[in-house]
Design a protein around this ligand. Structure first.
Ligand SMILES: *Cc1c(COP(=O)(O)O)cnc(C)c1O
Length: 356
């Protein structure tokens, strides 16, 4: 039976990216060696890295004056590298979910943290609005997509101080005005590739503002000097990212991807909104088009497990909500086909018809 993969991360990847990665593991471009057994300093790998960085820049329309690097350590490592490199006295954070809280926790090791606005009062079910970003902070940090609770900041905000964004779970899902940001980062394993690689987009000239001594591996300057090659980068993960980027380009780029994503999200949100049984957990204006969270209304709550079992019989996988929200979360990342969303919608309608 066809499987519909709604996993939150690691998550669905374009089939062609997986197939081509499998081929490269067996024999890279016909050189007679596996991608896994060549030097990261070989010309074969350099070509992969160069193309991946160039395509990433091209697809996101990254202007001159920015560099792209691929590192290990995950987005969670960036939670610490950012304050290590940029926090002198005080930084501002928008507290919109568990990932933002984790970033805040690390920043506190390095200085003062100003929680500029928070949606914790309502279990992170909305994105705060109407706050003022203080002018006396070293940077302002946001999480554009709240993967666990399903809210998203789908516009590029203006900030009077350097803006830093965790885009782990919505990178490449919509066009971004990169010029508004000083640094953008994320783990690849939601929308870009396999686990193990982290992308960083960094504006020139933002380093060197702290006197703190920074260990080499945690210093952005180290990794910018030898882009992505100071130490051995995650070669396999970077290769699969390249294949995903080629797939996006082949489809026509990010605008195309965005309209596909909106279509998928609308299909599911419309079903939720028209349902007598299911209800969304996020305020409408803040809804994510990447992670769609919903529960059963109180009077049907005890049927949630039954729906989970029913959906499995239809090949629908990975829709269990995060333990802090409960219910269901359907992750509709770039590579998820609309047919999978249709399968979920059909399952919801059928279950509702039989169980009201
Ligand atoms: C998954 C996720 C992370 C954590 O990424 P790791 O690569 O596992 O460290 C951080 N932020 C957001 C928004 C995420 O979705």
């Amino acid at each position: 039976m066809k499987k519909h993969n709604f996993n939150a991360g690691p998550s669905v990847l374009p089939r062609v990216a997986i197939e081509n990665s499998a081929k490269a593991v067996l024999d890279l471009n016909g050189i007679g060696l596996s991608l896994l057994e060549i030097s990261h300093r070989s010309k074969d790998f350099q070509a992969i890295l160069d193309e991946a960085m160039a395509l990433f820049k091209e697809l996101l329309d990254i202007p001159a004056g920015y560099q792209v690097i691929f590192l290990g350590g995950g987005a969670s490592m960036q939670f610490c590298m950012i304050p290590y490199n940029f926090l002198n006295k005080k930084a501002g954070y928008l507290e919109t979910g568990v990932w933002a809280e984790k970033a805040i926790k690390e920043a506190k090791f390095f200085g003062e943290v100003d929680i500029v606005a928070s949606s914790k009062d309502k279990n992170f079910s909305y994105v705060p609005k109407g706050y003022t970003i203080p002018a006396d902070i070293d940077y302002f940090h946001i999480t554009t997509n709240n993967t666990i609770y399903g809210s998203e900041i789908r516009c590029d905000i203006d900030s009077p101080v350097p803006l830093i964004a965790d885009m782990s779970s919505d990178i490449l899902s919509r066009p971004v005005d990169i010029s508004k940001y000083s640094l953008i980062y994320g783990g690849a394993q939601k929308n870009l590739g396999p686990a193990g690689v982290t992308f960083i987009i960094i504006k020139d000239g933002i380093l060197g503002k702290t006197d703190r001594k920074i260990p080499s591996m945690l210093n952005y300057a180290t990794h910018l000097k030898e882009p992505s090659l100071y130490n051995t980068p995650p070669v396999f993960a970077i290769y699969t990212c390249l294949e995903t980027l080629r797939w996006i380009k082949g489809l026509g780029g990010i605008k195309t991807i965005e309209s596909m994503n909106i279509k998928k999200a609308n299909l599911l949100y419309d079903t939720i909104d028209n349902s007598k049984m299911f209800v969304g957990t996020v305020e409408k204006e803040s809804r994510s088009i990447m992670n769609i969270c919903f529960v059963m209304k109180d009077q049907y709550k005890e049927k949630e497990d039954a729906f989970m079992e029913f959906s499995k019989t239809k090949g629908i996988l990975g829709i269990k909500g995060h333990r802090s929200v409960g219910g269901f979360r359907a992750s509709t990342y770039n590579a998820l086909p609309i047919e999978s969303v249709q399968a979920l919608v059909d399952a919801m309608n059928e279950f509702e018809k039989n169980n009201l």
